[in-house]
Design a protein around this ligand. Structure first.
Ligand SMILES: [Zn+2]
Length: 115
């Protein structure tokens, strides 16, 4: 499953971070997901929870920051959130606008608990 491999790499990255601080453990992982990233946040949350369940007495939690997609109008510079695949600019009516955000899939932060 797509989300399972993403959850695995998130956890790997968080654990690598913890290795830099000997004795620490990961308590929380923050992740930014854009609407265009093609990832289902609920499913990712489920996979993450399944991965960490039973690994420790206090497994780390996952904090997902879901970003809606945004488009930018090359004519007037307007940035807006397209709805239902309507990408024309609500400001000036230009028919073609370009994606300006909402496709991110990145680790935002890792929270560690020092011993
Ligand atoms: Zn415009």
């Amino acid at each position: 499953m797509h989300e399972m491999s993403i959850a695995t790499s998130i956890l790997d990255a968080a654990n690598r971070e913890a290795l830099l601080h000997p004795g620490s453990r990961v308590t929380k992982v923050g992740l930014r997901i854009g609407e265009w990233a093609g990832v289902d946040p609920a499913s990712l949350q489920f996979c993450f929870d399944a991965l960490v369940a039973g690994t420790e007495s206090q497994p780390p939690s996952l904090d997902i920051d879901f970003r809606l997609r945004q488009n930018r109008c090359p004519d007037c510079g307007n940035i807006f959130a397209p709805k239902d695949y309507q990408i024309e600019c609500p400001g000036c009516g230009a028919a073609v606008t370009e994606p300006a955000g909402g496709s991110e899939l990145e680790l935002a932060y890792v929270e560690l608990e020092e011993p």
